[in-house]
Design a protein around this ligand. Structure first.
Ligand SMILES: O=C(O)c1ccccc1N[C@@H]1O[C@H](COP(=O)(O)O)[C@@H](O)[C@H]1O
Length: 228
């Protein structure tokens, strides 16, 4: 599996087909639905408080059967070295998604230690949150631009919450980035048009219940993103 970097990552001047990540895959049918729909990335969540959480062996079994074209993204939150060692000893992972309070120094450490591409999530609610993206693009391979979770939220992501996409208009970053946060088959086209995102990520927006993926919604989401 080659390192996944979008050919035209630098902001609004998007060219080519939008690449899609379907996050929170929990069953073989979910993996199949994502791959058949044309998703580029499949996300596996390792966060026990999430309805999408998987034990390592369950995720490893799904990952082993995933088609080559679907990059396997392991979503972890403030992982210790021991957590990472345990995960990577048992599961083939193409990209690590860091979705906690990992500092830029910790991102560098994890990238060096694991040798894997790292995608760092940055939460956005207002313009003052944007400078964090620059700090992380210096050290991560990709940035996941997500909605900032509300203070009372149990999950650091996967809350089905969108942010004001206009905040990203005209912004240019050096590294590839992916738009996330409350996207749905109905809204992803507008989100892409407003932000110029070349990559998008969804979890709640393609579910019939928390943690239960809907194959039809996955197909609709990927089609809408690719047609935007
Ligand atoms: O999906 C989860 O349960 C989750 C848990 C902990 C951290 C992140 C999580 N999901 C990520 O959040 C964004 C947005 O998700 P949504 O589409 O708004 O539901 C996405 O990147 C997921 O990978």
């Amino acid at each position: 599996m080659p390192v996944l970097v979008d050919p035209a990552p630098r902001g609004a001047a998007r060219t080519g087909v939008v690449q899609v990540k379907i996050c929170g895959l929990r069953t073989a049918a979910d993996v199949d639905a994502a791959a058949r729909a044309g998703a580029r990335y499949g996300g596996f969540v390792f966060f026990p408080k999430s309805p999408r959480h998987l034990e390592i062996d369950a995720a490893a079994a799904l990952a082993a059967e995933a088609p080559v074209g679907l990059a396997k993204v392991a979503l972890v939150v403030n992982p210790s070295d021991a957590d990472l060692d345990a995960l990577l000893a048992r599961m083939p992972v193409d990209i690590l998604q860091l979705h906690g309070r990992e500092t830029p120094a910790r991102v560098t450490e994890i990238r060096t230690r694991t040798g894997l591409p790292v995608m760092k999530a940055v939460g956005i609610a207002e313009a003052t949150d944007l400078p964090a993206i620059a700090a992380y693009e210096a050290v991560a391979d990709q940035i996941l631009v997500d909605a900032k979770p509300p203070r009372e939220a149990t999950l650091p992501g996967g809350n089905g919450l969108a942010f004001n996409w206009r905040l990203l208009q005209g912004r240019v970053w050096r590294k590839p980035w992916m738009l996330a946060g409350g996207l749905t088959p109905e809204t992803v086209g507008e989100a892409i048009r407003l932000t110029g995102a070349a990559q998008v990520d969804v979890s709640s927006g393609v579910e019939s219940a928390p943690g239960v993926k809907d194959a039809g919604a996955i197909a609709d989401f990927v089609a809408a993103a690719q047609q935007a």
